[in-house]
Design a protein around this ligand. Sequence first.
Ligand SMILES: [Mg+2]
Length: 339
Amino acid sequence: MKTFKIEIQPLNLSLKRRFTISRGSRDEVKNVLVKVYCDGITGMGEAAPNHRYDESQQSAIRFLTDFDGYETENAYDISLLVRKMNDHAPGEYAAKAGLEMAVYDWIGKKLNIPLYRLLQAPGRTGPRTTYTFGIDKLDVLKEKVEEAGPYPLLKIKLGTDYDKEIIKTVRELTDKPVLVDANEGWSTVDHALDMVTFLEKQNVYVIEQPMPAACIKEMQELKLKSGIPLIADESITGRESLQELSSQFHGINIKLMKTGAISTSLKIIHQARKVGLQVMVGCMIESAIADTATALVALWADYADVDGHLLVTESPVKGIEVLPQGHIQLKDLPGLGFE
Ligand SMILES: [Mg+2]
C-alpha cells in the first residue's frame, strides 16, 4: 500500500501577449500546480482548467484537495487512479489530468526510467509543433510573423469577419504552411465552404473545428467537399463515438485537459487509428509542465500543437524542447523529464 501526499498551488501564468480567439480574450491563465510525494520522490503535474467545460482554478483545486492522502495498493497501475478519480466526481478533466501526470512522473522517477521509454513511444522526438497566432488587428500580424521566426509551422485562429484579410496579410509576409483553427466560428455550410475553398489556395494543411460542435449534418456535408483535412477539437472531449466523428472529420485533436489522462489519451489514439482518423495532439495555454506531458502523448501523433509554454512569460521548470526545425523533444531523464 502506498500513500501520496498531494500539494496544490495556484499557477497563474502571464501571456507574452493578449490572446484572443472567437470566444474571447485573455492576458493571464489560472492553472494549478500539482505535486505528489511518496517514498521521498516528488512527481509534478499541471491542470489547465477551461471555462468552456465548466471548470475553473477553484473547482480544480477543490477536486484535487479531496485526493490528498490518496492510497493505492498498486501505485504503478495508473488505471486504478483514473478509475478512482472518475468515480469521485464527473467532469474536472483538467484536474484529473494534472494529478495523473504527477503520479506518472512519480512512477517514472521511482523506476528510474523516462516515461517515453516506459510507455514504449516510437522515440523521444515528435512531430513539428505549430506556433499559434491568436486573433489580432491586421497591423499586429507583422510583429507576430517575426516572433514566430524559428518555428516552421503557423497556427492561425480565425472566426472573425475579416478572416480572409488575416490570411492574405500573413501570406504577404511568409509562405510557411498554416494550420487554421476557426474555434467553431463559421456557422453555415456556405460560409465554411467559401472559407475552405479560399484556404485551399493558401498553403493551409489542416483546418481545426470549422463549425460549432452541434452542426453534425453540416460538418458531414463539409467533410465531403473539403480538400483540406478537417480536425475535431470542440467536437471531441474523448467520450464521443469516434466512428460517428469520422463521418464529420478527417481527424481529432486530443488534449490531455479534455481526456483527463495520458493513459486515456493513448487509448483514444489507438481507437482513432482503428477507424482511420488522423491524430493531432494539442495543448491549452499552459506551462512547460503540462506541455511536456502533452509532448509525450504527441510522440504518437501526426500533428502537434504544443506551444502553450511558448506563449507564457515563464514556466516553473524546463521539460519539453522545441528543436531548431520545430520538432518537439522530451529530455532523456526519468519520469516526464523535468529539470
Ligand atoms: Mg482548437
